[in-house]
Design a protein around this ligand. Structure first.
Ligand SMILES: Cc1ncc(COP(=O)(O)O)c(C=O)c1O
Length: 393
């Protein structure tokens, strides 16, 4: 598949938000398609017309379809998928459910996301684990040789973000997986910023658990996400919290955990949003994630080049040999929040990513708050023109 296989006009026509807006905040929340929007409205209306429980029953096949579609997206099994309200909901649930013992080591990466890292620090505080950051290689990616060199029998978990929140970096997750597998270490991958823009294959990556959110490059609704856990691993994990859906209450003093990944779920879920997530995943599968990736990479590369060449004082801060759809930059002498507001007033959405989102990376590179322009398949070179023009001092 090549970038040519994305029909950009068709992608835009299917995306209501493209009509009035130049949306470069896809790493925040991407624009949904009409199909995703309609799926939600239809279910919302059905709930109002026939009742919420009855609507759930009526949608049973399509609800099963969400699990099937997510599984297809990442090459896992539907029974290994748990539906969540966010990336962090699934990530924390897996993380906190591991049988931590004092002195266990958790290895992560320099670019790690704030929500993940404070949870590690919380485990250090409450369980006495040691949180250790594997150094970067010269490209700013996790250094896989350094990872291999530091591994010993006390390492309980390797846990990292595939793509950080603050740049175009793509970590070498397959190589990390080889180390994890070779040493029998549990491997948790935060695919929050990669799901929907980079092909994900849990068999190839070799991770034990993977998390994602709906609203970012997957173009799903807010308040949705998923946790995937390898069957052989999930059978060994007792979730840190359970309800009577995660486990069957079998006698006054006993329960039995579900044998599949639904042991990580709670009974009450927002089916409106989750059905929207299913539709969004189906859209991604219809386009083909490799084709989406190619288009995104092409547009992001063009944006980086033009910012550097045409906007005085612009400095692009993205690291890595492989760069994805997140473009971060600073403008000498200009406050990013003011720039963001000025762009917004002209119908152009970007975001600002502050140091606390990826504190270790921001500190080590002495990064100021950065402007983040993240692209998707529906962004065009004309929209890059609009952004570059609007950024002229
Ligand atoms: C790399 C990364 N991980 C995790 C998250 C958290 O996702 P959520 O807000 O869905 O929990 C984000 C959100 O920006 C992120 O960028």
């Amino acid at each position: 598949m090549s970038a040519a296989s994305i029909d950009v006009a068709r992608a835009r026509a299917a995306t209501p938000g493209c009509r009035d807006l130049v949306h470069f905040n896809n790493a925040g929340a991407a624009l949904p398609t009409e199909r995703t929007l309609r799926t939600q409205i239809d279910h919302l209306e059905l709930e109002a017309r026939i009742g919420g429980y009855e609507a759930q029953d009526a949608a049973a096949d399509r609800i099963q379809g969400i699990y099937d579609s997510v599984a297809e997206l990442i090459n896992g099994a539907p029974t290994e998928v748990a539906l969540m309200a966010s990336n962090t909901a699934g990530f924390d649930l897996f993380l906190y459910s591991l049988p931590w013992a004092e002195g266990d080591r958790l290895l992560t990466t320099q670019s790690e996301y704030g929500a993940n890292y404070v949870a590690y620090l919380h485990l250090a505080r409450t369980k006495g684990i040691s949180v250790e950051v594997v150094p970067n290689n010269e490209h700013g990616e996790i250094d896989v040789d350094a990872l291999e060199a530091t591994v010993d029998e006390r390492v309980r978990l390797i846990s990292l973000n595939h793509v950080p929140t603050n740049g175009g970096l793509v970590n070498p997750v397959v190589e990390v997986g080889r180390v994890a597998r070779a040493h029998g270490i549990t491997y948790l991958l935060d695919a929050c910023q990669s799901a929907g823009q980079i092909p994900l294959d849990v068999a190839e990556i070799g991770c034990d658990a993977l998390t994602a959110t709906g609203r970012k490059f997957l173009r799903g609704p807010r308040g949705t996400g998923f946790l995937w856990v390898r069957q052989s691993v999930l059978e060994t994990i007792h979730p840190v919290t359970i309800d009577h859906d995660a486990a069957t209450w079998t006698s006054p003093s006993a329960y039995e955990l579900k044998p599949d990944a639904t042991r990580f779920e709670v009974w009450e879920k927002g089916w409106v949003g989750l059905l929207g997530l299913g539709a969004a995943v189906d859209d991604a599968l219809d386009w083909g994630v490799p084709a989406i990736r190619d288009r995104i990479v092409e547009v992001a590369a063009a944006l980086r080049e033009r910012l550097t060449a045409e906007v005085a004082g612009a400095e692009v801060h993205d690291l890595g040999r492989t760069r994805c759809g997140i473009v971060t930059f600073s403008l000498a002498g200009r406050d990013p929040h003011t720039v963001k507001s000025a762009l917004h007033a002209q119908g152009i959405n970007v975001s600002v990513v502050g140091p606390a989102s990826a504190l270790l990376d921001a500190t080590s590179r002495d990064l100021p708050p950065l402007l983040r322009a993240s692209v998707h398949i529906y962004n065009t070179h004309d929209e890059i023109d609009a952004l570059v023009n609007a950024l002229q001092p």
